[in-house]
Design a protein around this ligand. Structure first.
Ligand code: PGA
Length: 247
């Protein structure tokens, strides 16, 4: 199966022109054997789709859990699908920590995405530094998965991509070692076996995020055998992202 390489641009760059420059410099990736997805700021999305929609696949970094109505400032999964995006990141730790998103809201978002669109949701889970230090990693992953996947039926779970993103590794330059990534993957697979069954657990793609760079990409996808990566900082640097995406 193709490896999934997601570029999460977060609230960057400041100008459409800068984003266009990055995408132009990455045109070589249209030949990549991996599945590359760019998640720019949603406000730039239509612009990039018009210029690069035939070259690249795009996604967004968040959505709301209602289809339409009086929800000032929000964007629904159907709207995201309507402009031409294919992926949506849900439950990123920056959304959880800065914007107080909780598992219940994330669960509602996943349900709405799966029920009303064909978008692929990328569900982010992961422990913070304190939880890791207190050996709570696996219980945190269990709690997040159980809560976020609540009432998501067997026939829909395979559409979700799970991103294991230890919070202490995001934007810090300190990435999880092969052992830590493999252990986390195993625990996610076991949890999926408990919630669903083994056959389903094997089919769900599990990717890693947190200080992915050209030096550690081989370890993550080939040694720890992850199905892909979610890349923040390095995805805005065309040279670095090109190496990551061509691995
Ligand atoms: P980073 O971000 O690659 O800059 O650590 C990853 C993420 O936030 O998904």
């Amino acid at each position: 199966m193709k490896k999934l390489i997601i570029a999460n641009w977060k609230c960057n760059p400041e100008k459409i022109k800068e984003g266009e420059k990055i995408l132009r410099l990455l045109k070589n990736l249209t030949e990549s054997k991996n599945q590359i997805v760019f998640c720019p700021p949603t406000i730039f999305l239509s612009h990039f789709l018009a210029s690069f929609g035939s070259d690249f696949v795009f996604g967004v970094q968040n959505c709301y859990f209602e289809e339409k109505g009086a929800y000032t400032g929000e964007i629904s999964p159907k709207m995201i699908e309507d402009v031409g995006a294919k992926y949506v990141i849900v439950g990123h730790s920056e959304r959880r920590n800065i914007f107080d998103e909780n598992d219940d809201q994330i669960n509602k978002k996943l349900i709405k995405i799966l029920e009303t669109t064909k978008l692929t949701p990328i569900l982010c889970i992961g422990e913070n530094g304190e939880e890791r230090a207190n050996e709570k990693t696996f219980s945190v992953l269990g709690m997040q998965l159980n809560n976020c996947l609540n009432k998501i039926p067997k026939d829909k779970i395979k559409r979700i991509v799970i991103a294991y993103e230890p919070v202490w590794a995001i934007g810090t330059g300190i990435y999880a070692t092969e052992d830590k990534i493999s252990e986390a993957k195993l625990s996610i697979v076991k949890l999926l076996c408990d919630i669903y069954n083994e056959e389903i657990a094997k089919k769900v793609r599990i990717i890693y995020g947190g200080s992915v760079n050209p030096e550690n990409i081989d370890m993550i996808v080939n040694k720890a055998n992850m199905d892909g990566v979610l890349v923040g900082g390095s995805s805005l640097k065309p040279k670095e992202f090109s190496i990551i995406a061509n691995t």
